[in-house]
Design a protein around this ligand. Sequence first.
Ligand code: FAD
Ligand code: NAP
Length: 545
Amino acid sequence: MDADSLPSGVGLATRSGKPAVDAVVVGAGFGGMYSIHKLTGLGLNVLGIEAGHDVGGTWYWNRYPGARCDVESMEYSYSFDEDLQQEWEWTERYARQPEILSYASHVADRFDLRDQILFNTRVASARFDESDDLWVVRTDSGTEVISQYLILATGMLSSANKPSFEGMDSFKGDIYHTGQWPQDGVDFAGKRVGVIGTGSSGIQSIPVIASEAQHLTVFQRTPNYSVPAKNRPLDPEEIAEIKAIYPEFRAANRQQSSGFGSLRPRGEVGALEVDAEVRTAEYERRWNVGGFDFLRGYVDLMINSESNQTAADFARAKIAEIVSDPETAKLLSPTQLIGCKRLCVDTDYFQTYNRSNVDLVDISERPLAFAKDGLVVGEDLTELDCVVLATGFDAMTGSISKIEIAGRGGVTMNDKWSAGPVNYLGLTIAGFPNLFTITGPGSPSVLTNMIVAIEQHVEWIADAVATQAAEGYKTLEATEVAESRWVNHVNSIADATLFPSCNSWYVGANVPGKPRVFMPLIGFPDYAAECDRVAQAGYEGFIRS
Ligand code: FAD
Ligand code: NAP
């Protein structure tokens, strides 16, 4: 890369003959976009590098039918700019993928972000050069850029998990992954379609594919819990009511463990402290409200398995009520605790199995393989024209591990994280100075409304960078002691809950060979307070030089 081939909004500077910037931000989803905006606002020269051809991240890649947010749109949006949040109009309670992508595009236009982003470019490696305390970032085309700061906004759910099923190469039809959906869409009309996977992506896409395809066969390894979204158009009056209190509403959401839902009361007692009748009525009420509210009725649902079972029983009874064929209903009924795998939110998911053009195939005990004409389970061939892999992501560490990152002494991130991710505050890694991860493992990340988590991270990083400059420091680096204390802290909180008990992607169980570690940190407000305390204490747990 020549300095003059940088995007037009990046200032021209060179170092050792290579282009040099103050910060490289990898990824142009909501994390990368806000990082670029915020750091540029500090007067830094910032270069964004994005593998896709435009902004949006998750919402750029996940264009599968039915893709939509399951945090409400008035909450799943940036809060950092009052004019932006007042002017943007969401149309539905839960925004569809195209609407969220338009919002990302609007933000990019509004803050002139595209001028600073190199699109269609993947960061392949990054090496910390100890001779001058700078990062040397290399792209997939082999060009290099030098930077003081390296921000990995590469996404927690951005590295597609594509299992290698036997015979996959022999299949004559097309294979699509939900997280790498063709830009021009897919026409399922008249097709026999197979979907593998019944997590959130499968559960959102299955009803829509069923309504378009000639026939749909769903291949399920583990049934999942799903609550109805109860999606609907937004009423202009309710939009106006929230906009009238937007700053207070956002602040209240930041005090919620999930980063949303402050207008809806949480339960204040344990599930077993009330009579069964009261409990069932409360579950019914929350089921009808729709969305994640269902799991907010009682304070101990994620810490007491007996309490959890009451909610799980209710959700299973709903499946039995909705699905007409008792055998199919049984197959769709999860046996694990509810909520320890990410709860799904759907529109007519279970109802879809009552359609005459939909079949469910259990693959929990018989291996699945591809054949020339379809998918084979045991001896049975299902003839298919195309297959959708709704098989999820190498979550939280996948996109970071695909970049060869070498810190002090040439130690690589992949070696350092070989037994699972370790870091301090979920933001920084000992031995990797001036490198920050956005919503990384060890932070609340995927357990919260992620835009809330992103804003908190970006603002903390920007404050740290500004403080460095003001106080004359060049590098900020976590100590190993602080890092190891943090890892213990994250684990001890997780171990006091039911979360680690399931084979979820939170623990890496969906990717064969991945170390089993509960990766996110539970509890957003306490976490944010600790980040602030660390900064106010003069960056406790960091070495500054
Ligand atoms: P991403 O949006 O994933 O962006 C990361 C970007 O980095 C990508 O564009 C990728 O191309 C780029 N990148 C990665 N590696 C490289 C590299 N080496 N070089 C260059 N570029 C690279 N969260 C919620 O809070 N609520 C929801 O309802 C919700 N729904 C979701 C639905 C789906 C289908 C998925 C997959 C996730 C959902 N999430 C949801 C999580 C979602 O990922 C976050 O809300 C948010 O969009 C993440 O933004 P990000 O910028 O951190 O990461
Ligand atoms: P996921 O939750 O990991 O689900 C993947 C599905 O594929 C599971 O049913 C899994 O079965 C199955 N699978 C994986 N490997 C398989 C294999 N080798 N053989 C057979 N089946 C296999 O992935 P996802 O649905 O893409 O969702 C990931 C996360 O993205 C969500 O949890 C959520 O955070 C986010 N998301 C959110 C929304 C939203 O509603 N807004 C939508 C989509 C995604 P097992 O359970 O047996 O592993």
